[in-house]
Design a protein around this ligand. Sequence first.
Ligand code: UD1
Ligand code: CA
Length: 466
Amino acid sequence: MNTEIIVLAAGKGTRMKSKKPKVLHPVAGVPMLGRVLESAFRLSPRAIHVVAGFGAAQVSDYLETLPSEISALTDTVIQEKQLGTADAVSCAIDRVHDDSMVLVLYGDTPLVRPEDLRNFLAQSAACDMGILTAIIPDPTGYGRIIRSAGGSFMSIVEEKDATDQQRKINEINTGIICSRALALKEALPEVKNSNAQGEYYLTDVPAIMLAKGRKVSLTRAGDFNTLCGVNSNLQLAQAEAAYREITSRALLDAGVTLADPKRIDVRGSLQCGTDCFIDINCLFEGRVVLGDNVIVGAGCVIKDCSIGDGTIISPYTIIEGSTIKRAATIGPFARLRSGNVLEDRVHIGDFVELKKAHMGEGTKAGHLSYIGDAEFGRDINVGAGTITCNYDGANKHKTVVGDDVFIGSDTQLVAPVTVPSGVTIGAGTTYTRHIQANEGALVITRAGKTIIDGYNRPKKESPKGK
Ligand code: UD1
Ligand code: CA
């Protein structure tokens, strides 16, 4: 049967106390709505209808940034006033084909997994409507599932409308329901708003169906962790923690050693070879691939990188958009901005910044340097304080350094400039393109020596009256 998905995303999220629509708050770097849409997309639905309302312009702007295969399936409906979840579904229902199975997802349930949805749809296939429920230790805030003595579905009661006795029930409505489109179209107009919140509750629809003699089934989810709803910043942090637990678990299962599974954040994908070790408080963003035997020290931030076998990244190093080959040693406190390629056994030490630099095999920059827009050969020693002066105030220029060059400390390489192979540059040299040294030469530029005996060093004037 064809599935059409309605994603409810119109609510303000009052308890977030934010100007941003609730569904755009991120979990692991991705807006909650984006996570829900990604899972929705993976079900290969006929269409995805997003109901926006509060901050609709922001929601629409965000939808434009989604991958084209998702946005091609997605349309937006505006719910002018947030009159409740049933009203929100009503706004989109006219767009749904009569012969579809409708799956309703809430934009504030970010961790929902496609495999659980697929299973839920399969379990509900024989009925007119299905409800995904879960048993949780603390059901506060959720709608409760009321079953008959025989265990069959009777109704859903919202927290605010529940009696003390009903509040003790710990089987809750995850908010995820599915329904045959025609049956839903028939039941929605019958929802009333005579309840504690004066809202049209989608959760009243199943009981309406039942009264019409329709079949309603309950499916219990095994793992509630992925089905938590986010109404407050506390619950957002809990969803983040749940996500962290899931990603850490997957890394551990894949054979990665984590110093502390609670102190690693993966906001994207992290793929690791064998015997990798990741120390505490590291953050991985975008797509990161680590080879075998890679060690990542404490407090590193690594984004969109591929890092080769046996590389050691020491603490507090920040690397973005770079390719690092094998057995490199980087950090502590190094910063690699985007566009770098480090060949095997490169060493980048503390307080070295690289940008668009290609560093040949075995080249070392141990301390306090800036190397940008540069092509460095192999086995170069870059002395402390070496800087490529790549920017003339208007344009960027390139620095090319041949193999086996020794660059003395505190050298400035004024780009555009090429240093031939085997050159030795004395400490303190300002190397410009006018130098034109031959291979293997020694180059030193230094200011002449001045010595003034008995020099009168300027002194501070003493304050008046003292
Ligand atoms: C809802 C369910 C509750 C369930 C819980 C699961 C109802 C009435 N209650 O409660 O049974 O246990 O989710 O997390 O459905 N929205 C709109 N338009 C509206 C109102 C809400 O689009 O007029 C959207 C919100 O943006 C949100 C979703 O619907 O994404 C759920 O609304 P919310 O107010 O968060 O409902 P809960 O009180 O959490
Ligand atoms: Ca909610």
